[in-house]
Design a protein around this ligand. Structure first.
Ligand code: ACO
Length: 437
């Protein structure tokens, strides 16, 4: 019997099956069996064969990927092998985006070319402005982003040529470059001020700040500390393997739709409070708690199930401190030095302090995730809470694009179409209206 196999005995029939075990880069992490190998296990010849039942895909690998490694027990996150801590300290968002998309850090010429491509594509068609104007003044900017990113498919019908590599690269540049413009336009629409056009002389983040906050000055000068802080936050949010929005991107793209329609679905997934909407939910929670002395009561209500979840805590994969949360916590103080302290930080610190010594949170391995501190930083910079998930979406568009491309080039790729375990009625005959009870 081969060593790297699994032997399964079906006690219904007494039959044994030997199933190969496959590995990824680390044998101790990601050992898998092929789900289709279970299909041969049947109680009778007519059976469909054994399925696995895994709501929420808690223990199912949906793909092989070479982009991001994360070890939730040890709190490790690496893009293409590079630790997140090193990238946050030494890289820039655009350089990290290049790395995530292409697998290697760029040389200076490649970086220049890539930065130029992104800068060129920051402009949007004038009709996009009309589209945004059609949204109600208090439209949530994430809803506006879902609509406008989806609408890009109508402005770029060539995006359907998903099997053409050059065309794919063009759409990726368009998507990443236009996200900040769409986000800034959605923001300015919500506060009723005219749109500010991209400034090609500024950095990716500097230009985004210009489109958000430019007033009557001729040239907008971004504050370098805040520009750096947003850049680092974008690096932290750029990619995170098969999370809910990325899995949505892959699932929707698996029908071979264009990347803008798929990205629009991914933004929809990110919008939810259990995913990218969590940083918004954290701030609402901190505001609701209001003062430090009310923290113990709030924790009590979470534990008793009457106060909802402790937002910004817990993660499907991290069962220790989220490495991104550590960086965010430190970054908060750099930003507060410029903007003044966000008073909600004291409530957040007290929540963290109490939760980290409470058995409810310890036993469930619930630690602060990336969203616990990012919202405090964004709020101190002057972003309204509705913009928090939008900022997340701008950064994560890189991960979505990289995963989309990897999916299309994967020889194992298939349309996403899970099975179900049918638990409804067996066949029965139609009942006429006058005979129904
Ligand atoms: N506060 C209180 N209890 C929690 C929390 C929380 N934040 N998160 C999980 N739990 C409890 C659950 O109630 C459950 O308890 P039980 O075993 O007594 O039933 C146990 O911990 C396990 O939780 P699950 O919901 O099964 O964990 P899952 O992996 O499915 O969920 C999730 C992960 C969705 C992130 C969850 O922890 C959560 O809702 N957190 C708050 C929202 C949040 O911060 N989301 C952002 C995630 S990071 C991101 O998407 C960028």
């Amino acid at each position: 019997m081969a060593a790297d196999t699994l032997t399964i005995t079906d006690n219904r029939t007494g039959k044994s099956y030997e199933i190969p075990i496959q590995y990824g880069t680390y044998p101790g992490y990601g050992a898998t069996i092929n789900a289709m190998d279970l299909k041969q296990i049947k109680a009778t010849e007519q059976d469909f064969g054994l399925l696995t039942y895994d709501p929420g895909y808690t223990n199912t690998a949906s793909c092989r990927s070479s982009i991001t490694f994360l070890d939730g027990e040890e709190g490790i996150l690496r893009y293409r092998g590079y630790p997140i801590e090193q990238l946050a300290e030494k890289s820039t968002f655009l350089e990290t985006a290049y790395l995530i998309l292409n697998g290697e850090l760029p040389d200076s010429e490649q970086l220049q070319k890539w930065s130029r491509a992104i800068t060129e594509h920051t402009f949007v068609h004038e009709n996009i402005k009309k589209l945004i104007d059609g949204f109600h003044h208090d439209a949530h900017p994430m809803g506006t982003l879902v609509g406008t990113v989806g609408a890009l498919s109508t402005f770029y019908p060539d995006a359907k040529n998903i099997h053409d590599q050059e065309c794919r690269e063009l759409q990726i540049s368009r998507l990443i470059a236009k996200m900040p413009t769409l986000a800034a336009f959605a923001y300015r629409h919500s506060i009723g001020v005219p749109y500010a056009y991209p400034d090609e002389n500024l950095s990716f983040v500097g230009n985004f700040m210009n489109m958000l906050w430019k007033k009557s000055e001729l040239v907008y000068q971004p504050d370098p500390v805040l520009e750096k802080a947003i850049d680092v936050l974008f690096i932290l949010h750029a990619e995170h393997e098969q999370n809910c929005s990325t899995s949505s991107m892959r699932a929707v793209a698996s029908s071979y739709t264009d990347p803008f329609s798929a990205a629009s679905a991914a933004i929809g997934a990110l919008y939810g409070p259990l995913h990218g909407g969590a940083n918004e939910a954290v701030l609402r929670m901190l505001a609701e708690i209001g003062t430090v002395d009310r923290v113990p009561d709030y924790i009590k209500s979470v534990k008793e199930g009457t106060g909802g979840k402790l937002m910004g805590f817990g993660h499907r994969v991290y069962k220790s401190y989220d490495p991104r949360a550590k960086i965010c916590k430190k970054l908060a103080y750099d930003v507060f030095a410029v903007t003044g302290v966000n008073p909600l930080i004291d409530i957040a610190l007290e929540l963290e302090r109490i939760a980290l010594q409470d058995d409810y949170f310890i036993s469930r391995k619930l630690y602060p995730n990336v969203d616990f501190y990012s919202g405090l930083i964004y709020q101190a910079m002057g972003f309204p809470v509705g913009m928090f998930p939008v900022l997340f979406a701008i950064a994560r568009s890189v991960g979505w694009a990289a995963q989309w491309q990897e999916f299309l080039l994967d020889p194992d790729h298939k349309i996403a179409r899970p099975r179900q375990v049918y638990c409804g009625c067996k066949q029965r005959d139609y009942v006429a209206m006058d005979k129904r009870k």
